[in-house]
Design a protein around this ligand. Sequence first.
Ligand code: PGA
Length: 250
Amino acid sequence: MRKYVIAGNWKMNNTPAQTKELINEMKPLVAGASCEVVLCVPFVDIAAAVEAAKGSDIKIGAENIHWAESGAFTGEISGDMLKAAGAEYVIIGHSERRQYFGETDDTVNARLKAAIAAGLTPIVCVGETLEQREKNITVETVAMQTKIAFRDISTADAKNTVIAYEPVWAIGTGKTATDEQADEVNGAIRNVIAEIYGKDVADSIVIQYGGSMNAKNAEGLLAKEHIDGGLIGGASLKAQDFAVIVNAAK
Ligand code: PGA
């Protein structure tokens, strides 16, 4: 049995004060959840989020990590820094990072290694653009992204990594993949993991869906065989909506 992971991705939203307020509002609403509840927040909000989440089961994550341990990388944050700030998870290779900040499959692989080395649980994002879907190369695209992301990652480490399938055309657009579309691609990703690591890892690895998942469509998506949670953008900024999604993940 895979334990579902529902992770919020706040993107570039909320100050530390707003972070405390929102998490305090969420805490009672997600208490007793049967899934893992994670909020990935901007770097400057991590400390406030960790403080606010104390006494609850909410875990805090970051939205990016640099691959080096330290050094001359202006504006970047290392795994050790995230860990010391109290983060337990980190998003890697979000499509916005790929689209606007030149993230590649190779840098995703480097960041994944850094997250593992720091003892953070990585959430590796893959997903096709609308153009790739229309060209009928969705499965090939996510398979390649997955294979490169996991290059030189051990079986034990792969098992503890979360994958988020996020079709780029569904992110922040209000257009969700249908339950069937999402499940089909999540299943294809699981097959790629089985090819690399075998059935045992494929059966236990958590594969989320992300892209306009909300309080209305979460239940249907999460009921699918290969969807083990969600990476939630917009709806994770609203306590009530996020709680509905968390409580749908059983
Ligand atoms: P969305 O974002 O839920 O707002 O579509 C999801 C994501 O980008 O992780």
